[in-house]
Design a protein around this ligand. Structure first.
Ligand SMILES: Nc1ncnc2c1ncn2[C@@H]1O[C@H](COP(=O)(O)OP(=O)(O)OP(=O)(O)O)[C@@H](O)[C@H]1O
Ligand SMILES: [Mg+2]
Length: 453
């Protein structure tokens, strides 16, 4: 009797596989994520004995960093760490409609002037891509392959050997022999694995477009993120024009770099000076403060907005957009305990302008000052920026690379900055040094000025 095809169940969140179905994945703890998959045919059998390969001395390996290709989109180059590394696999993920296809089409078009480039589209027809290209100002010398069969995609790329290929998206590819639906764990893993081999063997730089789940993680198994060389995340408010591209993982560069774009009818336009866009509060209103965050090599001045509203809820809400919610809870607690801003009966909402996310603590003080300003109904004095990290004791701690941040604030026309004590003078910007959060708030809201440095 022939043996039935082996069936196993794979978690669509983390890629864990098991022989029997479970309601909850025992690896990542998610509910209802296990889906049936058929194992690829061609049984395991006894493994063939391997052949020993030659060893290479690392000093003899030839490699140069000068090989990077410019993508023609300077903000994308910046996030990649100075350009695209040949033979690398880059995953670009982001919410639906954020502009992934637009960005990559623009990069392909620019690169097509000097390199052979191929766009594999499984999501849109060639005609749809053409329409987009026309809107963006022409298709350059981009070749297009509208195909979802993984075997055919790989065979075509192997034959054509372009320098750069874009696969839009990895979730639409399917290997017929696997039997499961496109986008399932097995299919995505197979597609990424084969494209990785192709990228390294044929020296093709491959961009994979990946969809995200509703909580923002790349859909498909986590292994996808481990396989690829770079993971770029495209974020921002879909309803507003600004988009932020950041590297979540980069084997060839820093993960702190930000690329900022504006979506226009002619495509995505890089924003050279994001501080001008995000750091201009409309006018003096309570609940708005200005921070200068350091993202990679670039300081960015950002407006932080806060709303404090009375509530009858037993557990008042703390809603953070663009700030870590745990950090917000900590700042709210320090405000209550050490700065006399009691928020126990209030909901607190904090928002970073432009859909940017701040991960570093240098913006703590601006968040705290925005909340205090909203709670008291007193606007922050005009032309004041806030730099500083807040400790649990209510003291201010110095921030890294304060000179660069102050230069950026000065460039934008800020006349004063509230800074932690011990910050040396800098340029023409007037420093208001404060040792504690309480004094910093007093300085920012203009009640009285603490010691001036
Ligand atoms: N004529 C236009 N003028 C301005 N913006 C436009 C225009 N047409 C499209 N857009 C913008 O382009 C975005 C869609 O971009 P794109 O198709 O590159 O997104 P995507 O991330 O690839 O989406 P998906 O996940 O659906 O593939 C829209 O959300 C819209 O903001
Ligand atoms: Mg798309």
């Amino acid at each position: 009797m022939p043996k039935a095809a082996a069936v196993h169940y794979a978690c669509s969140g983390c890629g864990y596989t098991t022989g029997k179905w479970l309601g909850r994945c025992s690896a990542c703890g998610e509910w209802g994520t296990l889906v049936e998959e058929r194992a690829a045919p061609g049984g395991r059998g006894a493994p063939a004995p391997g052949r020993a390969g030659p060893l290479l001395r690392l000093v003899d390996v030839e490699a140069s960093d000068a090989e990077r290709l410019s993508t023609g989109v300077s903000e994308l180059d910046r996030v990649l760490g100075g350009g695209l590394v040949p033979a690398s696999l880059v995953l670009v993920s982001g919410d639906p409609g954020i502009g992934k296809s637009t960005l990559l089409l623009m990069a392909l078009r620019a690169m097509s002037a000097e390199q052979k480039v191929v766009l594999v589209t499984g999501e849109e027809s060639a005609a749809q891509v053409k329409l987009r290209a026309e809107r963006l100002g022409g298709g350059g010398d981009v070749s297009i392959l509208a195909e979802t069969n993984l075997d055919e995609v790989c065979a075509t790329l192997e034959q054509e050997r372009p320098a750069v290929a874009v696969v839009d998206s990895v979730q639409t590819l399917y290997a017929p022999e696997l039997g499961s639906a496109p986008g399932s764990v097995g299919q995505v893993r197979e597609a990424a694995g084969r494209l990785l081999r192709l990228a390294k063997e044929e020296r093709i730089a491959v961009f994979l477009v990946g969809h995200v789940t509703k909580d923002g993680a790349v859909a498909g198994p986590r292994v996808l993120e481990h396989l690829v060389d770079c993971v770029l995340q495209f974020e921002g408010d879909r309803y507003r024009a600004h988009r932020v591209l950041r590297a979540v993982k980069n084997r060839f560069g820093s993960t702190n770099e930000l690329g900022v774009f504006e979506m226009t009818s002619a495509g995505l336009v890089g924003v050279d000076d994001p501080s001008l866009v995000f750091g201009r509060p409309e006018d003096e209103q309570p609940g708005s403060a200005v921070a200068c965050a350091l993202e990679g090599t670039r300081p960015i001045v950002l407006e932080i907005q806060a709303l404090v509203a009375k509530t009858d809820l037993a557990m008042p809400r703390r809603v953070a957009t663009g700030v870590d919610p745990k950090r917000l809870s900590m700042i709210v607690a320090v405000l209550g305990r050490h700065a006399g801003v009691a928020l126990g009966q209030s909901d607190v909402f904090v928002n970073v302008a432009g859909g940017v996310r701040i991960d570093e603590p240098g913006a703590d003080l601006a968040v705290a000052v925005a909340i205090a300003s909203a709670a008291r109904g007193v606007p922050v004095r005009r032309g004041v920026a806030c730099l500083g990290e807040i400790g649990l004791t209510g003291r201010l701690r110095p921030v890294a690379q304060v000179e660069r941040r102050l230069s950026e604030c000065e460039k934008l026309g800020f006349a004063e900055a509230i800074v932690p004590e011990g910050t040396g003078p800098h340029g023409k910007i007037r420093l208001v040094a404060a040792d504690t959060l309480r004094r910093a708030i007093a300085g920012g809201l203009g009640a009285h000025r603490p010691s001036e440095g």
